[in-house]
Design a protein around this ligand. Structure first.
Ligand code: 4AD
Ligand code: MG
Length: 460
């Protein structure tokens, strides 16, 4: 007999003589001649109510079933007389698959997020985290669908690289050296003896590789894990996170911003439409302002302002900030939140950043002071997207690399792409976990990724 998922059974149109379900016991209540079991199999938020009568062969054993145990049930799906559910399963047989032999740690209805982080192996079995990770799955699918419908090709960019895309030096090294016996040459590490014959690291962004494919296939995107050894213990930074990076040939900064805005709106409405039951949980229990914020994102256009205008607005606001801001300084989280939550009450795209705080690949503007970069800022999240038009002019690219002290040899292939049929092109990176935070109202990045990696924490 084929197993049915609980979400299928709960959406039945009429009763069913025989169904097989398997799942984990959430609770068991006994009355005189039968027991109620709330069963969840992860297919949806709702549990299936099982009625186990004392006429079942192994009823004595059923009465000992504790939270967390796994069972297999065959029975009849009948309309429930109870108010809280439409259907219930009247068991004809119940097999115990795996008992929860010790006290299951997640007994209570509500635990703190902090406690559940110490139980990252079990937390997806709770209502909130089950919902989070179903939405995460759906959001991944929505990303592929969005690009596929627009004719983009999906490129798998490498995880191990020999370059630092962002030039921020926040790299995790990859080596096959015996760490107790590292080959040295004149006092420094001899990477020519290492696996790749040169220094290697985990990628901080797939962009540079994606650019090569945009210059061949036109519109491409990459979507994969990225790694940053940023020692910042904040609620929106992880050492391992997923990034979505579209890259488009024959595309300028304006078109890039259009795509970014369209992308965020499209993902938001996809999740609102496809995950309404799970989203209801977040709207009710996690963040009361969630739905109005998401609707506000969908209605009307994002604000677009230059970096210089953003700085002026912030400095003239009369608002107290911890960090002072002037031309050439990066916007801090507090500034981003001021713009999106207080000043505009809207998503904001800030563009044309000073070149001194921008990576080498951003296209230099004619004023020689700013580059064609942009960040999309969202209420409660701050920066969700960073992107730019790319520097397609080889001479300017090279002089920017020199200015920033990059080793040109490491990027010879990147420079080569400007040598053969270079074209204007643009792209951006969206932080997948930050999008998850925005959509669910969950305020810590550790709670939207299955097993978070942050400084001093890799327990699972
Ligand atoms: O702004 P970033 O650093 O841009 C790039 O890496 C570009 N190469 C992308 C491109 O143009 N293809 O990172 C992009 C986004 C950020 O806006 C943020 O949402 C997310 O990635 N991000 C992080 N998310 C979680 N933890 C971290 N440590 C993150 N660092 C960046
Ligand atoms: Mg950025």
């Amino acid at each position: 007999m084929i197993r049915s998922k609980i979400n299928e059974l709960l959406s039945l149109e009429s009763s069913l003589d025989k169904a097989l379900v398997k799942g984990w016991v959430r609770t068991r209540r006994d009355s005189k001649s039968f027991s109620f079991i709330e069963l969840n199999d992860g297919s949806c938020l709702k549990n299936l109510q099982i009625i186990a009568a004392d006429t079942i062969e192994n009823y004595e054993q059923i009465k000992t079933l504790s939270t967390g145990s796994s069972i297999s049930v065959i029975g009849r799906m009948l309309e429930s007389p109870g108010k809280s559910q439409k259907w219930e399963l009247h068991a004809t047989s119940i097999d115990i698959i795996g008992l929860a032999t010790e006290i299951y740690p997640l007994q209570k209805k509500r635990h703190t997020d902090e406690f559940l982080r110490t139980m990252a192996h079990l937390r997806p079995r709770t209502n909130k985290y089950g919902a989070t990770f179903r939405i995460r799955s759906e959001l991944s699918f929505a990303i592929h669908q969005f690009f596929r419908e627009k004719g983009f090709r999906y490129v798998h960019t490498p995880i191990i690289t020999g370059s630092d895309c962002e030039g921020a030096g926040e790299l995790f090294h990859v080596t096959a050296f015996d760490l107790g016996d590292i080959p040295k040459n004149a006092g420094s590490i001899d990477f020519s003896m290492d696996f790749f014959g040169k220094e290697a690291n985990l990628t901080v962004s797939g962009q540079l590789s994606a650019e090569m494919f945009a210059l061949a296939l036109g519109d491409v995107y990459t979507f994969g894990p990225t790694f940053r050894a940023e020692n910042s213990n904040t609620r929106r930074h992880a050492a391992e996170f997923w990034m979505v990076e579209p890259e488009m040939a024959f595309c300028d900064l304006d078109e890039n911003m259009n795509l970014a805005e369209d992308f965020i709106k499209s993902l938001t409405s996809h999740i609102l439409n496809q995950c309404s039951e799970d989203m209801e949980l977040f709207a009710q229990f996690v963040d009361k302002g969630l739905m109005s914020r998401l609707e506000n994102t969908l209605s009307g256009e994002f604000i677009r302002i230059s970096y210089e205008d953003a700085v002026a607005i912030i400095n003239q606001s009369g608002h107290e900030f911890e960090y002072e801001l002037s031309f050439g300084k990066a916007l801090q989280a507090e500034h981003e939140r001021f713009l999106t939550e207080k000043h505009f009450d809207k998503p904001v795209i800030v563009y044309n950043y000073p070149k001194e705080i921008s990576p080498f690949y951003m296209r230099l503007n004619d004023n020689d002071r700013t580059v064609a970069g942009m960040d999309v800022l969202l209420p409660t999240i701050g920066e969700i997207i960073g992107g730019s038009q790319r520097e397609e002019r080889m001479d300017i690219l090279i002089s920017r690399m020199e200015e920033l002290g990059l080793n040109k040899q490491d990027y010879w292939w990147y420079i080569d792409s400007r040598r053969f049929g270079s074209v204007p092109h643009s792209g951006f990176g969206l932080g997948f976990e930050r999008m998850m935070m925005f959509l669910t109202g969950i305020s810590n990045i550790r709670d939207v990724i299955p097993f978070p990696r942050t400084p001093k924490s890799i327990d699972f």
